[in-house]
Design a protein around this ligand. Structure first.
Ligand code: FES
Length: 154
């Protein structure tokens, strides 16, 4: 269940639109921020806050890859292994993440620090390999650079 502060935030978003269903995507984002992922309980909370049927909430959430449908680590790494990144060593970086940080594609490290998802091109082919950590963009990746970057995500 959302706390009062979050409910107020959702009310403010709802007020921007003539149809409350238009507030569904930002409300799901807020639910994900609050609960860490979109559990059934999180989606029920969105349904109640917007007075939108749960089936519509679940149908909308399942359509978008940006929503997490299972628990993830404290930090989500999204690494591109598409052609430019692959040519410049992204697959070696996947192995490095497994060895150094105990995280495999579509998995979470045992310390729950990182989850890893393999992405298609994220539009940084000129400075590949590239990844997102949570919403932060990083490029020109190497093993050393990944260590420097991930040091900041405890
Ligand atoms: S192929 Fe990786 S960013 Fe384009």
């Amino acid at each position: 269940m959302f706390n009062e502060t979050v409910l107020k935030e959702i009310e403010e978003i709802k007020a921007r639109y003539p149809d409350r269903r238009s507030a569904l995507l930002p409300s799901l984002y807020i639910a994900q921020r609050e609960f860490g992922w979109l559990s059934r309980e999180a989606m029920e909370s969105v349904s109640k806050a917007l007075n939108v049927p749960e089936a519509r909430v679940r149908g909308t959430a399942s359509f978008y890859a940006m929503y997490k449908h299972k628990p993830v680590g404290r930090h989500l790494i999204q690494l591109c292994t598409n052609i430019s990144c692959m040519i410049l060593g992204a697959e070696k970086l996947v192995d490095f993440l497994g060895t150094k940080y105990d995280v495999q594609p579509n998995g979470t490290s045992r310390d729950n620090r990182f989850s890893l998802v393999i992405m298609e091109c994220i539009g940084a082919c000129g400075t590949a390999p590239a990844m997102l950590v949570n919403t932060d963009f990083h490029d020109n990746l190497s093993e050393k650079r990944i260590e420097e970057i991930l040091d900041k995500y405890k």
